[in-house]
Design a protein. Sequence first.
Lengths: 422, 157, 750
Amino acid sequence: MNEVCFKNLDKKKCYSLKVYEQSGGYSIWRKILKGELTPEEIIDELKASGLRGRGGAGFPTGLKWSFMPRNASMQKYVVCNSDEGEPGTCKDRDILRYNPHAVIEGMAIGGFVMNASVGYNYIRGEFMEPFKRFEGALKEVYKAGLLGKNIGASGVSFDLHTHLGAGAYICGEETALLESIEGKKGQPRFKPPFPANVGLFGQPTTINNTESFASVPEILSQGGQWFADIGVENSGGCKLFSVTGHVQKPSNFEVPMGIPFKDLLEMAGGIKKGRKLKAVIPGGSSTPVLTAEVAMEMTMDYDGIEKAGSMLGAGSVIVMDDSTCMVATLTRLAHFYYDESCGQCTPCREGTGWLYRVLKRIMDGDGKADDIDLLLGVSDKIMGNTICALGDAAAMPVESFLRNFRPEFEYYIKHGKSMVKG
Amino acid sequence: MISNQAKKQIDVWVAKYPIGRQSSAVMEALKIVQAENENRLSADIIQAVADYLDMPSIAAQEVATFYENYNHKSVGKHTIRICHNISCMLNGADDLVKYLEKKLGVKTGKVTKNGLVNVKKVECLGACVGAPMFQIGEQYYENLTKQKIDEIVDNLK
Amino acid sequence: MADIEIEIDGNLVSAKAGEMLIAVTDREGISVPRFCYHKKLSVAANCRMCLVDVEGAPKPQPACSTPINEGMKVHTNNEKVKASQKAVMEFLLINHPLDCPICDQGGECELQDVAMDYGSDVSRFSEGKRVVVDGDIGPLIQTDMTRCIHCTRCVRFGAEIGGIMEMGGTGRGEDLKIEPFLAEGIQSELSGNMIDVCPVGALTSKPFRYELRTWQMNSVSNIARHDLTGSNIVTQTYKGRVKRIVAKDNDSVNETWISDRDRFSYEGLAHENRLLSPQIKVKGEWREVSWDEALEFAMRGLTDKVLNTGEANKLGALASNTATLEEFHLLQKLLREVGSENIDYRLNIKDLENTVTLESNIKLAGLEGVDHVLIIGSNPRLEQPMINHRLRKASLSGASIDVINVMAFDFNYQLNSENIVTPNQIAFMLAEVLKLILQASNAEIPEALSKIEASDTAKQLADRLLDADNSVIILGEHMVNNPQASSIAQLINEIAQQTNSTTLNISATANSMAGDLTEFVPGKKGLDANAMLATGLKAYILLDVYPHFDFHHPAQAIKALSKKDAFVISMNSFKDEAVAQYSDVMLPIASFYETSGSHINIEGKVQSFCASVSAPSDVKPAWKVLKVLADLLQLPGFHFANSMQVTSEISNQGHKQNVSNKKLDIKVKRSVNVIWQKSPYAVDALSRHASALQATKIGQMHSASMNKATAKKLEVAENDNYLGVPVSIRESVANNCVFVNTNKPIRGEL
Ligand SMILES: Cc1cc2nc3c(=O)[nH]c(=O)nc-3n(C[C@H](O)[C@H](O)[C@H](O)COP(=O)(O)O)c2cc1C
Ligand code: SF4
Ligand code: FES
């Protein structure tokens, strides 16, 4: 436990440059500055580590970094996604608060590998405490002469800036995030072109999640194989899981990939006394919900969760006990996507509101017999037809809640009230 | 419309972006100027910010209306931004919203008579392990209970 | 790019690598529904209507934003595609008011058309529909935003073509609202194109509102004549009236766009101020008479006054620059036939010995491809909007643009340098530039330039012209009455030759090119406009002349024309007090869109048009009136049955402007120079009578701008009157210069 991003968690002032350096921090960066590491070596290590993007989609980080047109002479950027807005997710906040230097070093390494001399960390606007921590850390590194132009006459340059959000979940979507850094509304761009070709300010750009960047220095220090071995096949290393909801001790846990869900639940103190596990959303609000039975058999890695019928996503495990009304829960989630749709593309703009209104009507006791089919039909029409994955994210919970807990919805429609006595 | 102090703060942000990309700073500029104007934006303010950053006023208006953290109506001196998304909801956020409304004597979205406080229900603030939670100003308050709320809210000045 | 092969619905199709799928299907005539895609705008891919099935792709792909690859297999109408398109259509319709029966777009609505094919099941939406409250965005465009489908074509139009982002999308999600920054509203000179690009009835023409359904109207192609572009338009008419004007595609002329002036000026046709019947003045009293009587009277007047007395040289003809090619031709032919060479259309030039003569030798489309532009004395955005659009395109693809102007204007593209220079210094500045250019090629320096010491500014201007591979020098209308106009033109001509630049002369607008081509200028023994008025002729034929707007010195002109023994025949479309004062006969003539004829645009392209509507009541096309008058005068060679026969008679000799070879005058003088310009929507009688245009911000332009120092010299203050125009003090005007923009019938001595 706590071997990578949370390595120094139990130390005093774990966020300071001093503590970070004492535990080997910036050794990779210093090697780079001394010319002892090549981009190719780094990419090879990352590929060997099996690190997959921690922002939700799980794309292999080493492969992503290798896509950047490294030799082209134009300005390139690395961007860190600290927008953390997916309901149930709260790990990046802790990384920024307790280990900001790992993010900085990870980004700097990325900058070197991809020949990008400027980076931006996009931090969600509400995260003022993490923002200040991160800015404090930046000050420290600049003072230590580890960032800037032609750092220590090494020929390597890297400047890092923060950009604050202002309240929009969609800015977590990487191209919306780029628009936002450009001072625009956070509306996702259609792809192609991909950011690796046309990204921030029209230049080649790579975007990674906070946890992905923060994992890089330790992986390179200990070796890719070491990291891969922590986890299981197809899911290298350890990962932060935010376990929240109806558990005794909600918390972030950095644990090896492939850990059984029931162990993780136990670490979080288990379900509240007198209650029974009812359902689990394993990867954040956008991933399909699972029943207790299925969840208890599941291992926490990409393949394990997929086999169970859901997705690892950002590793945000939302636990629900038998006091949970699934109709109310889905309505709340539907409201979220309705509220957060950027409004750009037709199916999401019109469909998320439709889904929410039908659910709200059911909650108000005005449900109609064919509303379940209607909900399924509408979510199916959003699915796959939108510019970005928010549309899918809005559709998937609807489909899975109805598939797994259909009787509860039928009951609510028929009786105008919940089956569950909370 | 924009104080010199604010301009200085805005310029710090402008400096982060490539030359000619000063409109990247519009999000922060709007926040900075909003803070100086009773926490709300008006068409004039938006226009002033747009002019300062040399961008079309409508583009600034787009930003000002897209993001949650800008206010276009009066708000209290303190806005209690209470999360009611899934993890907080599972931990009783809805009850706390009702409790706050009762305690303050105003519905969410309205400002207390003395202009001090308003309550706003917001989506996930990324502190789910501390559910239920709310934010006042820059500060997060987690693992809320009614008693804790009393302490916090009674100390608002 | 290389051609590759892809398969669409089982058929092999060849296309260029990297092209978007929709461009290929459009070319092949395969129908793919779309709302947000517009061939002249950037791709947004937000409506999701154009989804097609690409083999191998897990999700349906939008044809508008999917670049093609070799071997790609696409299905545009299988079950998967139909399901996606139906889904999108359903989403589009749930919040749409479906108020087609009262919508101005009815019958030409892209949503309505596609809904016929795809819409179904709409009734499943039982929640309340979204209603959007509309604000007033200006006199030209009516909004009905509840109908908006958020395709953002109008937003992109502003940002990309208009050059100023006027519309935007505020709010988010379902509350996304397309609107301008309301404090400002819509103000640009191309704004009406947003009506054309809007696929639904959210943006419609305000003057046209609720008038009619589109299918009730006739569509007739026509040519807009307000400027040098000759934009192609479609006039939509109902019961003999023009009801609306929309753009007609012509890539080599106006592409898909037209200016607001071209779109909304038609409103003037129905103005109460139209001159509707022939009138003759008998003993100082106006009498309405029949055409026969009026023409008889006119004929008699001419014969009595000048023809029978052998004084044909005491007859003069003056025309405004909006006359058609055929009208110019017939009038000059009539004059020359009776033996007079007193012919002129250049009414606004104070010194006709000192005119701008400079050839244009670049095509409109060619302007897009230049890498450097030097603009001298022009505000192209408001004067020649479609030419400006081409310059903007050039700028966007990297051309550098330098400006020498007497005042800073609001350009909608990046300028490399904007040199604000006193009118009296422009010739000198160009002389500096020329000298540097000659020096650069070690050419001999002419005597006139020998003493010049070139400034840094001139050096930069010269360097860029020398460096550019494909530059154009543009001479605008502000130089027309410059005391050194002819020298300026000579200098530009020389600079252009030395630097291999093309030139564009946009100093005379509307149909002036036709005036030149038909030689509507005095012949060897003839008098020019100024000389005619100064000498005082015995008879005049005036073609659509409005003295307060058209002459550089109206008072003097009116006085000359009002002389007791002068017999004046006026052909006009609109009533005008001054005209009534000096005329003896007033003949009502057809206005724009009521007559057939031709316009010649800046590149020399002759564009002929037919009448879209017939003229009201007793009004006749001017070419016919001239023909009958000539017949009455028993002149040979006027046997025309239609205007086309006139057109074909006009020898297409390709008129050349001979550059003057007068002595160069580059001396800097100290006097105050007034540049007098009709404001953009007051350039001709039709525009002046178009009420919506007049209500716009551009239509309201009426000011004499000058800087503080000049104001002091002239002893005027802000809002005082200078030559009848309110003073506006701005430091953006060069010293010793007054820049007047007026939309009112006043004009003092310049
Ligand atoms: C609606 C939406 C919201 C997202 N929010 C986040 C987020 O808050 N943080 C994040 O890292 N990735 C988020 N993502 C994923 C990003 O688009 C992107 O895949 C990720 O930042 C890439 O980093 P990684 O490869 O390190 O995972 C979101 C995606 C979508 C579609
Ligand atoms: S799916 Fe939703 S959030 Fe994504 S681009 Fe479309 S409207 Fe915006
Ligand atoms: S036309 Fe392709 S998405 Fe709108």
